[in-house]
Design a protein around this ligand. Structure first.
Ligand SMILES: [Zn+2]
Length: 307
């Protein structure tokens, strides 16, 4: 079949988020994956070359905790859990072109290269983190972001924390990002774009991208400090370029990047629109053409509930 040339780059690239393997798949995973599959099949039907990526996120504290609970190693845990996600793809007849596991060396090597490049460019620095930590979310929050002393995201209890860590200079990209977000089509729907614009009204802090091994050893080692592993979100977001063969040079992504669509749930829009966008800016890479944040599908029955 003749492939229609597309303007700008050769391949229509669509992604789902990589799913977190601390638990079994649920209807929300099926929803995002089916939606992405429909888009991938539609673009193939138009005669376009399509690359559809999905996969799993296997690092982080929740995985380590889930493994400890059942008395097995994190690696044994993820090897077991990944099967149920792969089964889901089979059952739903999903047409993905690749499947990423963040424990694979092809991903880990790219994350280390990205960290090293940003460290050498001075985009990452050593600092002391003092603030609050939400264990279920694996996220740090400064005091001012807490709501009634609780996690602003999930409203659960947070714990005080003070430790040496590494930070990515996310804050310096605030103005650039504020100019970028209003570009039509970048973040959809418009209600979600407005959420991000609202988020960017407040000062944007730097991002803590490390975890001390003394507290969490299950992660990708920080290449310039053996006592630390990479924050799971920083690691996970890199999958979108590691699976396209990024080797640190823009030419390695020729025709393969930027993504046409990152399909995400609304709960992970900020990490994609803000963390990922600024990481790409620091790397000197173009931003995805579109980040589409959908609502949550809670269950399926007559008159399904959406919110
Ligand atoms: Zn939380």
């Amino acid at each position: 079949m003749n492939k229609k040339p597309r303007s700008g780059h050769a391949t229509f690239y669509i992604t789902t988020p990589i799913y977190y393997v601390n638990d079994t798949p649920h209807i929300g995973h099926a929803y995002t994956t089916v939606a992405a599959d429909v888009l991938a099949r539609y673009h193939r039907a138009l005669g376009e070359d399509v690359f559809f990526l999905t996969g799993v996120d296997e690092h982080g504290q929740k995985v380590a905790e889930a493994a400890a609970k059942t008395g097995i190693s994190p690696k044994e845990h993820v090897d077991k859990m990944v099967v149920s996600f792969q089964d889901l793809l089979m059952k739903l007849n999903i047409s993905n072109n690749d499947f990423v596991r963040t424990t694979e060396s092809r991903h880990q090597e790219t994350v280390k290269n990205v960290l090293m490049a940003l460290w050498k460019k001075g985009e990452i620095y050593e600092g002391v983190y003092e603030g609050w930590y939400c264990i279920p979310d694996e996220r740090f929050f400064p005091e001012k972001d807490l709501i009634d002393g609780k996690c602003p995201d999930c409203h659960r209890e947070v714990s005080p924390l003070s430790e040496k860590n590494y930070f990515f200079k996310m804050g310096k990209y605030q103005n650039e990002l504020r100019k970028y977000v209003p570009i039509p089509g970048f973040i959809e729907p418009s209600s979600r774009r407005n959420e991000i614009l609202g988020f960017l009204e407040k000062p944007l802090g730097d991002l803590c991208i490390s975890r001390p091994k003394s507290r969490l050893s299950w992660g990708i080692p920080i290449p310039f400090d053996p006592d630390y592993v990479t924050y799971v979100w920083f690691d996970a977001l890199v999958n979108y370029i590691s699976m396209r063969g990024y080797d640190g040079t823009p030419s390695s992504l020729k025709g393969k990047w930027p993504a046409d669509i990152h399909l995400v749930g609304k709960d992970i829009l900020t990490t994609h629109a803000v963390y990922w966008s600024t990481m790409l800016m620091a790397l000197g890479l173009p931003l995805p053409k579109k980040i589409f944040a959908h609502g949550s599908l809670l269950f399926v029955t007559r008159g399904s509930v959406w919110r």
